[in-house]
Design a protein around this ligand. Structure first.
Ligand SMILES: CCCCC/C=C\C/C=C\C/C=C\C/C=C\CCCC(=O)SCCNC(=O)CCNC(=O)[C@H](O)C(C)(C)COP(=O)(O)OP(=O)(O)OC[C@H]1O[C@@H](n2cnc3c(N)ncnc32)[C@H](O)[C@@H]1OP(=O)(O)O
Length: 220
């Protein structure tokens, strides 16, 4: 295996690309709590059988909140910097749909840097449902895409997914802790070959092979 782990200083700084950066630990607790509340709200709305009066009241309240929150919006492309458990810094798009800190549509997934890649656990509710009681295949691919991208970013430097092949081995259940992992297998110039897995109850339900292309360092 050829893995060229690069020091943090050699990784691209989003500011060089004109993107604003927010520090993860400066995101207000109130916003984190709101994100969690809205995530639960999406689940509640998706599944509610409340009466019309209750629905109308909820609709008006949500519309009023939208107006208030939209009065102060972040720039599209805002990045968040977080320091991982092992001291390495990682940049992510703040609203990333799979792992964005401020995105209520993102499942509560935290990928930690481990030897050779990343791993994390997530439990998905009906927001992510495809077949009855099971995770949607597109979301399985999205979780794996995020994991392989993150593994490549922490082991080498950030890049774009050029190719992602997903093998669906077993149905992936909702309401079950899913172990997500990804490892860099080899690198060749800007090409990074990564594999990823999702496990439920210790059994692989889906696996991926991906090719990431690292962002060129001399641009910005
Ligand atoms: C955007 C810049 C912001 C910078 C901010 C700084 C830090 C940010 C930190 C992290 C944030 C960045 C991303 C993380 C966010 C989310 C992660 C989730 C992952 C995704 O959700 S991401 C979206 C889906 N993804 C796409 O939307 C890609 C569309 N696509 C392209 O943007 C280009 O297509 C690209 C970039 C892939 C390559 O373009 P390119 O011009 O840079 O590279 P080039 O063509 O020179 O190829 C170089 C070598 O890769 C080989 N190669 C290229 N493509 C190949 C392929 N498909 N199959 C087999 N080999 C391939 C060539 O054959 C050559 O190989 P060789 O070295 O052997 O000659």
């Amino acid at each position: 295996m050829t893995v060229n782990t690069q020091p943090v200083a050699e990784r691209p700084d989003p500011r060089a690309y004109g993107l604003p950066v927010v520090e993860q630990d400066q995101i207000p607790d109130e916003l984190r709590s709101l994100v969690d509340g809205v995530r639960n709200l999406v689940d509640a709305v998706s599944n509610t059988e409340a009466d019309s009066a209750t629905l109308a009241e909820a609709d008006a309240a949500v519309r009023a909140l939208n107006d208030r929150l939209n009065a102060a919006r972040r720039e599209v492309g805002t990045m968040v910097r977080r320091t991982m458990g092992d001291g390495t810094d990682e940049f992510g798009t703040i609203t990333n749909v799979v792992a964005g800190t401020t995105n209520p549509a993102a499942p509560p997934l935290d990928l930690e840097h481990v030897e050779g890649g990343v791993q994390g656990t997530v439990t998905l509710n009906t927001t992510y449902q495809g077949p009855p009681g099971l995770v949607h295949g597109g979301w399985i691919a999205a979780l794996l895409d995020q994991a392989v991208g993150s593994a490549s970013a922490v082991e080498t430097s950030p890049g774009m997914t050029a190719k992602l092949e997903v093998n669906y081995r077993q149905p992936t259940p909702l309401f079950t802790p899913l172990e997500i992992s990804a490892r860099v297998r080899s690198t060749e110039r800007r090409k990074v070959y990564v594999t990823g897995q999702i496990r439920a109850h210790g059994q692989v339900t889906a696996e991926a092979e991906a090719l990431m292309i690292r962002i060129p360092m001399d641009e910005g």
